[in-house]
Write a protein that binds this ligand. Sequence first.
Ligand SMILES: Cc1ncc(COP(=O)(O)O)c(C=O)c1O
Length: 409
Amino acid sequence: MAKATTHLKASASLSTQLIHHPYVAPSSFDSVAIGVHKASTVIFPNVAAMRSRTWQDKSAYTYGLHGTPTTFTLEERLATVEGGRYCILVPSGLAAIALVDLALLQTGDHVLIPENAYGPGKDFACVELEKWGVQCEFFDAQHPADLATRITPKTRLVWLEAPGSVTLEFPDLPALTQVVAKANEGRAALGAGRSIITALDNTWGAGVAFNPFDLGVDVSMQALTKYPSGGGDVLMGSVITRSPELHHEMLMTHMRLGLAVGANDVELVLRGLPSMALRYAHQDATTRALVHWASARDEFDMVFHPASPNSPGHAAWKRDCSGAACLFSVVFKSQFTTAQVDAFCDALQLFQLGYSWAGPISLVVPYGQSAFKHRAWAYEGSVVRFAVGLEGAGDLQADIEQALMAIAV
Ligand SMILES: Cc1ncc(COP(=O)(O)O)c(C=O)c1O
């Protein structure tokens, strides 16, 4: 509790009176809604409390950056959703990726990233971290043997993402984490070096489709911007682990970087969480209906979606997941020029042009052809990714159909 304000003199200025106006947080007001506690400053009753309180184990409050009852509640709920023990909040999904990198890597280290991972996360490692002497390399996450051959004595962090960001290949996560576990056993036997940590971008699974820790990962990050928020109006990220040591390492870096989140945004994510599994299932069902329909269309060479039997990694998805989210991508036949595919995207009326996904509005992004040329890529045509919202499946199908008609030759 703060110091008493009864000492306030009647002659105090208006500003002083307003700032020190007596306020006691209500203790007898019960509601299921989580209170939105806002603070940069947290008041201490005396110097002894100021000196003795510690925020690192959430036993006390010291400064807004170090947590409030509102942020602690969201952290605890997210850790529960993902099957982890500790959670850190950051201002965006990309900030969550950067936090994991900055906390766990140092000069001379080597980091491995799937070549089909979220582009800005790859750029963070290969542009920003390279400046600090961290070596960044890509691997083919569909082939655990490729990961095994790329691990070096300097490898400290292996990123995973399920599925790939645009082309949605689903990796065999247990096989990949096993490769890392084997490399760590080898290191331990030699008494050589720090162990390799696996970090998963779990934005797609959101803790709904599978439990990342049961599949062997050490750290799971999410863009809360997508499913947990669900509104398309918040940017936030989380970093979750079961390891107290890893959590402590990342928490200290988080504090030193000053990566605060706003209480109103935290409130919106807390509000989105109870409906997340329902939204996930609904968008999943609509997406599967569209994928089924699109797979029979002549315009596409390929429809990528993990629940689709000919999509790469389908068997691993089927074994490990109970859902398939809201994304699918198509590769147009090569007879469609880039201009025609752009015209298709422009002709869509319900699918809006915009980045992100898992909000109420369906979105579309044309990725072209060149973005995939650097890897073994069997297709010549343009790639378009759809993010399915909460509209009716029939309406969305009719929208894609009319846009295809608009570019029919
Ligand atoms: C798979 C994945 N990870 C991370 C991010 C980054 O999230 P944010 O936009 O909150 O930075 C995105 C955003 O699109 C994403 O799709």
